[in-house]
Design a protein around this ligand. Structure first.
Ligand code: AMP
Ligand code: GLY
Length: 428
């Protein structure tokens, strides 16, 4: 089979790596890919939202299966277009992906179906949003309705911060149309947990839980990022009672709600949860694999991923087996100095070949590329999150020590990493 993977981050490199091991795969293309995916196949210089270009490429190159990484491509309707052209593609349609691209739609969906989530107001004018915030207990959480590259959520500690966030989003158009409507919601406390559930339209299958470290700096301080590291299972693994409640209070009502509303979701649904004292609550849904979560989940998956993705497309998820490595996995992200703000690119990366060679020999150490590019025979930085270093270990401490030992050996000017990934429960 010829595969096309849409995206160019660590998630896509992990998907390309995992799928390249399938005996039925002949060639992998990645659009746009990075220096890591280039080692596994061929990069295609097309933007993830260039649906016309991607469709033409898939037809010209006889692509048998396309796998979509990022949310923007889903929101651009790539799945609808490929399906209409008779091509096989993994991911939900634009309508089904609304669970990710509209937080207001999702909040209303959750409330309609009695799925636990923070109480919230939704607003179309800044006047109404400001009025709602008056007299409330802080912190409050202000959320842009649409996709805002992970920056559309502000935890406001005091009224002035809430007012500023609302003004930025609604009056100044900081996120364009995505911030024209906002949610203002109650602040929830507890450890966060990333779930991944494959859904084939009728059935769902939960993957092991994972945890993302979203803040830029140690001790969960600093700005929200795309994720500075991940661990699976989470440091505080889900106890059986919480797991039971996740199925009973979240997944089953979700499946019933999708059915009742005629939404056929086929793909990966990734609920972000807060494990509050009252039980698990939904913070958000994503309609795709998480990043960096994928970088700890796929190294733990022992089964061939290809037939699993095909089963989701064919509605046969109940027929596939998923076998998991019981060992924990830890991923440490190496970021450019300044990320998530502005940062330099084009920095030479030292030590990469040695660590990659060790990974290739060992089977439990992985270097996933994100913001990297191959220029004049050298791999250089080209993005905010540059690399993810993942290790499996006999226990959490072992996985953590191995991931950090390898991460420390890869250097570039301004390199930033958190030192406390998997050292304790992460919060947003
Ligand atoms: P979201 O994109 O909705 O997952 O929000 C991004 C991050 O903001 C989450 O991972 C949380 O850390 C934080 N967050 C979102 N909603 C809430 C909430 N209601 N209470 C506390 N933190 C939240
Ligand atoms: N790790 C969070 C995300 O992929 O959105």
């Amino acid at each position: 089979m010829n595969l096309l993977i849409i995206g160019g981050g660590g998630r896509e490199h992990a998907l390309a790596w995992k799928l390249s091991q399938s005996p039925r795969v002949r060639q992998i293309y990645c659009a746009p890919g990075n220096a890591g995916t280039a080692l596994l196949g061929e990069n295609v210089p097309l933007a993830i939202t260039d649906v016309d270009g991607l469709l033409k490429f898939a037809q010209d190159r006889f692509i048998d299966l396309t796998v979509v990484g990022p949310d923007d491509a889903l929101a651009a309707g790539i799945v609808d277009r490929f399906q209409a052209a008779g091509l096989r593609i993994f991911g939900p349609t634009r309508d089904a992906a609304k669970l990710e691209w509209s937080k207001i739609f999702t909040k209303e969906f959750l409330l309609r179906h009695g799925i636990p989530t923070a109480a919230a107001g939704r607003f179309e004018t800044s006047l109404a949003a400001h009025a709602f915030c008056r007299g409330k207990t802080y912190p409050l959480v202000i959320k842009a309705d649409g996709l805002a590259t992970g920056k559309g959520v502000v935890v406001a500690e005091h009224p002035q911060a809430a007012a500023e966030a609302i003004h930025e989003m609604m009056d100044k158009g900081r996120f364009g149309p995505a911030g024209r409507r906002v949610l203002v919601e109650e602040f929830l406390r507890g450890p966060e947990c990333s779930l991944h559930a494959l859904i084939d339209g009728k059935n769902y299958r939960l993957w092991p839980a994972a945890q993302d470290y979203k803040r830029a700096n140690d001790g969960d301080t600093g700005a929200n990022t795309g994720g500075m590291g991940a661990v699976s299972p989470p440091v505080d693994a889900l106890d059986p009672e919480t797991e039971r409640r996740v199925h009973a209070e979240i997944m089953l009502p979700l499946m019933a709600g999708l059915h009742a509303e005629g939404i056929r979701f086929q793909g990966m649904l990734f609920p972000g949860l807060m494990l509050t004292a009252e039980g698990p609550q939904v913070l958000e849904f994503n309609a795709r694999f998480g990043d960096p979560e994928t970088q700890v989940l796929l190294p733990r998956l022992k089964s061939d991923l290809l037939p699993v993705l095909e089963a989701v497309i064919d509605g046969n998820l109940n027929d596939v087996q998923l076998e998991w490595d019981p060992r924990p996995a830890v991923c440490v992200i190496l970021a450019s100095g300044g990320y998530p703000g502005s940062y330099p690119t084009g920095q030479a990366i030292g030590g990469l070949d040695e660590v990659q060679a060790e990974g290739a020999r060992s089977n439990d150490l992985f270097v996933f590329h994100a913001g990297t590019k191959f220029v004049d025979g050298k791999t250089v930085t080209s993005g905010g999150r540059v690399l993810g270093v993942t290790a499996l270990g006999n226990d959490l401490a072992d996985a953590r020590a191995r991931a950090y030992a390898a991460a420390e050996r890869i250097t570039f000017e301004g390199r930033h990493l958190r030192r406390d990934i998997a050292a304790g429960p992460g919060v947003g």
